[in-house]
Write a protein that binds this ligand. Structure first.
Ligand SMILES: [Zn+2]
Length: 140
């Protein structure tokens, strides 16, 4: 496993994405939902990997929810960077935003546009359980 570090711009949120895959092998997804399009988001996840999110000041962590409200989109209130999304159910799974990683350039696959607007809630939760990765959020 290699850990790819990253975080928001001001340092309030730090990321550690652990994966056994080479970054060049990991599928990069460009979600076409209205939120991700506005951010130009490119996301990755390794279901066999892990994401660790460390937050210094929880009051400066924003959890944005919209649509089916089945995930939290994590943004830093201080610097505005969108870093990751986490499912809102018990067994949390996450994706990490490539641009928030320090070695973003190594995730070299051409982003695949993905559109999940037609999904129902159960379908969406099942897809995330299968394709997103385990996550741990800690507060310093
Ligand atoms: Zn920040």
């Amino acid at each position: 496993m290699t850990m790819h570090t990253g975080g928001c711009h001001c340092g309030n949120i730090r990321l550690g994405f652990s994966t056994g895959l080479d970054p060049s092998q990991i599928e990069v997804r460009a979600c076409q939902c209205s939120f991700c399009v506005k951010h130009g988001s490119r996301a990755v996840a390794d279901p066999d990997g892990r994401l660790i999110i460390s937050v210094k000041d929880e009051t400066r962590l924003h959890r944005y929810r919209f649509g089916l409200r089945t995930a939290d989109y994590l943004l830093c209130r201080e610097c505005g960077v969108y870093v990751a999304a986490i499912t809102a159910d018990d067994n949390a799974r996450a994706i990490v935003i490539v641009n928030a990683l320090d070695d973003q350039g190594r995730f070299s696959q051409r982003p695949i546009p993905v559109d999940f607007d037609a999904e129902g809630k159960a379908q969406r939760q099942a897809r995330r359980r299968a394709r997103w990765m385990p996550v741990e959020v800690s507060f310093e």
